[in-house]
Design a binder for this molecule. Structure first.
Ligand code: 5GP
Length: 117
């Protein structure tokens, strides 16, 4: 069940501010408040979904395609596509998810090594 009071829901309804990287009617990308690499951007769809599985189940092919196309666009915007990057999504307790709104971490700007956040 989606928690309407999760921190990313509050960012989406402007109750909490964020450092925006890219936004349109469907998605929001912003800098992580506690970066684990030189570049650490979070990307979220503007859909009330708890995790990756919930996003896929609640939406449709077009939304999933659109979201990941935007992830790729932001990677280009950040200038990290040539040197490389890591994208991660954590899900649930075993996945180490802290915020229960589906999000992708984009890590880059340096060699990421064994960091797995
Ligand atoms: P998770 O562990 O759920 O995959 O990742 C949640 C991420 O959200 C963490 O990397 C954490 O630093 C980030 N985060 C938590 N609260 C805030 C916030 O208020 N603003 C921003 N920009 N990032 C946050």
């Amino acid at each position: 069940m989606y928690d309407e009071n999760n921190i990313f829901a509050k960012i989406l309804n402007s109750e909490i501010q964020c450092d925006k990287v890219y936004e349109d009617k469907d998605v929001l990308f912003f800098n992580d408040i506690n970066p684990v690499s030189k570049i650490h951007v979070l990307g979220i769809p503007k859909v009330k979904c708890v995790n990756f599985s919930d996003f896929v189940k609640k939406t449709n092919k077009e939304s999933v395609f659109n979201f990941f196309t935007k992830v790729e666009m932001v990677i280009n915007l950040l200038g990290i596509s040539e040197n490389g990057y890591r994208i991660i999504t954590n899900s649930g307790k075993d996945g180490g998810q802290e915020v229960p709104h589906f999000h992708i971490h984009i890590l880059g700007g340096e060699k990421i090594g064994p960091k797995i956040r």
